[in-house]
Design a protein around this ligand. Structure first.
Ligand SMILES: Nc1ncnc2c1ncn2[C@@H]1O[C@H](COP(=O)(O)OP(=O)(O)OP(=O)(O)O)[C@@H](O)[C@H]1O
Length: 379
């Protein structure tokens, strides 16, 4: 992108407005892969597109890159429209000036790391840069991703993690204001993935490019995103900071998709300000209203395993459940207690090593502030 929006500029790096893409399947049925999606990406933002398989993440990312042609809507980079069928505009991918990192690395196997990284500079602006300038930028990019020593190695002779570092260097070498990531870490093993995540994050914050990152891994989304867009069936159902998505999920779908939630369904019997009383199979529970709910509504009472506490004596709190330890799972930094309450499994996470004997009687306490009451969607 050669016209970069400055921090004073009113234009976001990316603006997506009312984007729609419908696919026709071979059996004749249709699917709304993107259904009226609008969002902005600001300078320095790392927006994660998060959702289960088939929710439209890749189609949305590819549409922004220009690799997919939507049916309707507008895509702009800075003050330049890239796609707008109403205006007859559809800028081809190579002229959009964005870099992309793919799950499959997409390197030239028989080219060296150096040549792979130099490729965008040479193909986008032949003759514009001299060899020395190209070499300087390629070496800087390989240095940034921590593999300067692999410069002359062929891509086919590298580990998956090393190949993804080359792909990352290739995405950074053009200094584009926007980099798109399509599940780039899902092919590398867990340890390397952790490492690359940290490095990617620090590079993005240091170099300041805006990024859109597709993943179906909610913990990856929480770690990387300045904001998370949670998708469901082609729609953005919540776009907010990781903290807000975790603590104030917009609906039951988001609450269940991001992190672990305990859930009991019930009916609202009373409301008072921001709190609601819910009659459930486990007794009456009181919690804060997290969405439009009224007396008589069918709702889900939800809470995180780490926000409940365990005790052997009956607590005085309103939200208390008597249960029996089914299993204690030691996780290292914490222990997850699986408690049976009236035939249901409830999870409570306590810090440190706290393995309890199976069959012990315990009380679970949940504060009103930690219990979320949301409309039940799948009733
Ligand atoms: N070329 C195509 N033809 C027909 N249907 C398609 C095509 N590409 C995608 N779809 C459908 O569009 C929907 C969204 O697909 P998309 O690949 O964007 O989802 P996703 O969230 O990226 O999934 P995953 O995480 O599995 O990659 C799915 O129902 C998919 O079957």
């Amino acid at each position: 992108m050669d016209v970069l929006p400055t921090s004073e500029s009113a234009d976001p790096v990316v603006r997506v407005e009312h984007l729609a893409k419908r696919f026709r399947r071979r059996d004749g049925s249709t699917v709304d892969a993107i259904d009226d999606v609008s969002f902005d990406v600001q300078a320095g933002d790392l927006v994660v597109l998060l959702g289960p398989s088939g929710c439209g993440k890749t189609t949305l990312l590819r549409s922004i890159a220009g690799l997919e042609t939507p049916d309707d809507g507008v895509i702009s980079f800075g003050d330049r429209v890239q796609f707008s069928p109403a205006e007859g505009i559809n800028v081809p991918p190579e002229r959009r000036g964005v870099s992309m990192v793919f799950q499959s690395y997409a390197l030239w196997p028989h080219m060296t790391a150096f040549r792979n990284v130099a490729y965008p500079l040479e193909s986008r602006g032949p003759g514009r840069r001299n060899k020395a300038e190209t070499a300087k930028r390629v070496r800087r990019a390989l240095g940034l991703v921590g593999i300067p020593e692999l410069e002359q190695q062929y891509a086919a002779q590298m580990s998956g993690g090393q190949q993804q570092r080359v792909a990352l260097a290739r995405a950074l070498v053009s200094n584009d204001a926007l980099v798109l990531f399509d599940e780039p870490l899902s092919n590398v093993d867990a340890k390397v993935r952790e490492q690359l995540r940290v490095e990617l994050l620090s590079l993005q914050r240091e170099l300041g490019f805006a990024a859109i990152f597709v993943t179906h891994d909610q913990s990856e989304a929480m770690q990387l995103g300045t904001r998370i867009a949670v998708l469901n069936k082609g729609r953005i159902v919540q776009l907010a900071s990781p903290l807000e998505v975790y603590t104030k999920p917009a609906n039951q779908y988001v609450a269940k998709f991001v992190g672990t939630m305990n859930e009991v369904l019930g009916t609202v019997t009373a409301t008072k300000g921001e709190t609601a009383e819910v009659k459930t199979d486990l007794g009456v529970l009181t919690g804060r209203i997290g969405g439009g709910v009224d007396i008589g509504d069918h709702v889900a009472a939800m809470w995180r395993p780490e926000s409940a506490t365990l005790s052997t004596d009956e607590p005085v709190a309103a939200n208390r459940l008597a249960g029996r330890v089914k299993a204690s799972l030691f996780l290292g930094a914490a222990t997850e207690q699986v408690i049976t309450v009236d035939g249901r499994e409830v999870r409570v996470q306590v810090p440190g090593a706290a393995v309890l004997p199976g069959g012990s009687d315990v009380w679970i306490e949940i504060s009103e502030a930690d219990l979320l009451v949301l409309p039940a969607e799948d009733a």
